[in-house]
Design a binder for this molecule. Structure first.
Ligand code: FE2
Ligand code: FE2
Length: 257
C-alpha cells in the first residue's frame, strides 16, 4: 500500500482568477492584526471540524487505501488546527487591549472548506472524494493568495506555507483516488460536485440578497410610515377632548360572575 509522496505533487499553486480579482479585498481583510487573529482562530475551528469529518470517513469506508489516506488527512487537519490556533493566540497576545470590531469578512476570506459543509454519512465514496478534491483545491489556491498578501507578517505567512504543502497533497490524492474508485465516470462526478457547489453558492448569495432587501424594506417602512402615523396621531389628539369621558351606554355594567 503506497501513500502518495510530496515529491509527486505539482509545483506552484495559483489562486483562482476570481480570488485574484478580489486580491485588494483579501489584502484589506488580512491587513488588520486583530481581524487576522480572529480569522486564524476561526480557521483553526474549521480545520479541527474537517479532521473529525475525515476520521468519520475513515471509519465508514470499506476501502483499505482510502482509510489510510483519510486517517493521514485527518491528522494533517488536526495539525493545521493547532498551527492556526497557536498563531492566532500569539497574535492576540501581542495586541494591545482595544474595543472589538464586529465586522468579520468570512465571505471574502473563507477557510479550508470555504462556506460548504461536509456531510460524510450517507455520502458515496466518489462524491465524497469529488467534494474533498474541489474544496482542497479551492483551499490551496486561497491559502496561496493569503500567503501572498501577508508579506507584512512573515510568521503567519510561514504558517500558510507549511499548511499549503499538505493541502496540495490532499488535493492531489483525492483526485487520484477519485479516478481509481470511479475510473469511467470520475469526470461526471467531478462536474456534478462543481455544479452542487455553484448551486449552494447561488443559494447563499440569494439568501444574503433577500436578507439585505428585507432590511432595506423595513427601514423604508420605518422612514416613510412612522412619520405619517405620528402626524395622524397628533391630529387625532388635537380633535379629541383631553382626559377621561364617562361611558355613554345606558346599559349597567354587570359582573361576569
Ligand atoms: Fe487543512
Ligand atoms: Fe486539507
Amino acid at each position: 500500500m503506497t501513500l502518495y509522496r510530496q515529491k509527486n505533487l505539482p509545483g506552484r499553486i495559483r489562486p483562482s482568477r476570481f480570488d485574484r480579482l478580489l486580491r485588494p479585498i483579501h489584502s484589506w481583510v488580512w491587513d488588520d492584526p486583530r481581524r487576522r487573529a480572529r480569522k486564524l482562530l476561526r480557521f483553526a475551528a474549521t480545520e479541527a471540524d474537517g479532521g473529525r469529518d475525515l476520521s468519520r470517513a475513515a471509519e465508514l469506508t470499506s476501502d483499505g487505501l482510502l482509510r489510510q489516506l483519510y486517517l493521514r488527512h485527518a491528522s494533517d487537519e488536526r495539525r493545521h488546527a493547532e498551527l492556526f490556533r497557536k498563531r492566532g493566540r500569539a497574535l492576540i497576545r501581542s495586541l494591545p487591549r482595544a474595543t472589538e470590531t464586529s465586522f468579520e469578512a468570512n465571505w471574502f476570506a473563507p477557510g479550508e472548506r470555504g462556506l460548504d459543509e461536509l456531510r460524510v454519512d450517507g455520502e458515496n465514496e466518489d462524491s465524497l472524494l469529488a467534494f474533498l478534491h474541489l474544496s482542497e483545491k479551492a483551499a490551496a489556491g486561497r491559502f496561496a493568495l493569503y500567503q501572498e498578501v501577508l508579506t507584512a507578517d512573515p510568521e503567519t505567512q510561514g504558517v500558510f506555507d507549511t499548511i499549503l504543502r499538505d493541502e496540495v497533497f490532499h488535493m492531489t490524492y483525492t483526485h487520484q483516488q477519485l479516478a481509481r474508485v470511479a475510473p469511467r465516470k470520475w469526470t461526471a462526478v467531478l462536474w456534478k460536485a462543481r455544479l452542487g457547489r455553484l448551486w449552494k453558492a447561488y443559494l447563499r448569495i440569494a439568501a444574503a440578497v433577500a436578507g439585505l432587501l428585507g432590511t432595506m424594506i423595513l427601514l423604508l417602512q420605518y422612514a416613510l410610515l412612522l412619520p405619517l402615523f405620528a402626524l395622524l396621531a397628533k391630529r387625532y389628539a388635537r380633535r379629541e377632548p383631553q382626559g377621561w369621558s364617562p361611558a355613554r351606554s345606558s346599559t349597567p355594567l354587570r359582573s361576569q360572575y
